[in-house]
Ligand binder design. Structure first.
Ligand code: BV8
Length: 246
């Protein structure tokens, strides 16, 4: 795989790199993406029913069953080459931040230290009443209504559903990192979900060099400095080799 000289020099000279990732970075681990491809999540699960507060309040068991199944799936699968290369990059560059829309925890499992989870994490539950978060107890059998140890109310997955604000500290930190990076590498993002999709534009506006890695084109194509079309699990190891081993 050939890469433009400018691209390689920009990464070699970078002091601060942001990896901005979406479902596409986990696709080669076997985790389905949300909107593209025959097995996309929202083709089989109505986001109104499974990824909104009213949907949860109407049928918490149905939502819990879906998230419980996803937890089992994530446990059985593992990070792919793209996650591992991103983790390895923190040894080479002074400041590396991973900003992800994913809730699978695969960046952390691959060894990334500085990870901002914009849409929460499936490793955590949250009390529907008092909003306190708890590490998920990893129940091996589906527990219909996990309840809050503090007040006995219903627990819900500690993820961001449609119509819910992103965690303000996480989003603020993500904006800061995107405003102060030399290179932003956007991997496997449809760029359809806001406000997360604003972040690569924040980086461009701050003068960062923007690289997009995606199987398909997105809105970012016309503003990215470099569009690498293909699979993240193949491009990322090749990019690493071009930057450090040639
Ligand atoms: C909010 C839950 C307001 C966790 C998810 C403008 C501004 C602000 C909000 C809006 C706005 N316009 C519309 C909105 C509302 C809405 C929204 O964005 N709607 C869309 C449909 C237009 N946004 C919200 O509701 C957000 N909240 O705005 O609240 C507010 C403010 C204050 C106070 C109260 C309220 C919340 C959005 C978060 C929703 N939660 N998930 C979970 O269960 O997972 S969304 C879901 O989409 C996931 O988090 C996912 O990560 C995210 C983004 O999708 P992608 O990651 O990009 O995945 P997708 O499948 O779409 O694409 C995959 C890509 O990878 C593709 O491009 C494909 O080509 C590529 N690919 C595939 N395989 C590979 C690959 N690339 C490389 N290699 C491969 N192998």
């Amino acid at each position: 795989m050939k890469f433009e000289r400018t691209l390689i020099e920009k990464i070699r000279q970078a002091q601060r790199i942001v990896f901005f990732t979406g479902a596409g970075v986990s696709q080669e681990s076997g985790i389905p993406t949300f909107r593209d491809g025959p097995n996309s999540v929202w083709q089989h699960f109505d986001p109104e029913v499974y990824a909104t507060v009213p949907g949860f309040d109407k049928n918490p068991t149905k939502v819990w069953e879906w998230y419980w199944e996803r937890r089992q799936t994530f446990k059985a699968l593992k990070p792919n080459a793209a996650h591992h290369v991103i983790a390895a990059w923190q040894e080479k560059i002074q400041k590396v931040t991973v900003i992800t829309q994913n809730i699978d925890g695969f960046h952390q499992r691959a060894g990334s230290q500085s990870v901002i989870e914009l849409h929460g994490s499936l490793a955590m539950d949250k009390c529907r009443a008092n909003g306190h978060s708890f590490k998920h107890d990893g129940n091996s059998v589906f527990d219909e209504h996990p309840s809050c140890a503090e007040c006995g109310s219903l627990l819900r997955p500690d993820v961001v559903w449609f119509g819910e604000a992103l965690p303000d500290v996480a989003y603020y930190q993500a904006e800061m990192d995107c405003s102060n990076c030399d290179v932003l590498i956007c991997i496997g993002c449809s760029m359809d979900i806001y406000p997360a999709a604003n972040l690569p534009y924040t980086a461009i506006a701050s003068g960062a060099y923007l690289i997009q890695i995606n199987l398909n084109s997105t809105n970012l194509n016309e503003v990215a400095n470099c569009n690498l079309r293909g699979k993240a699990g193949e491009i990322m190891p090749a990019l690493w080799q071009a930057v450090y081993e040639n």
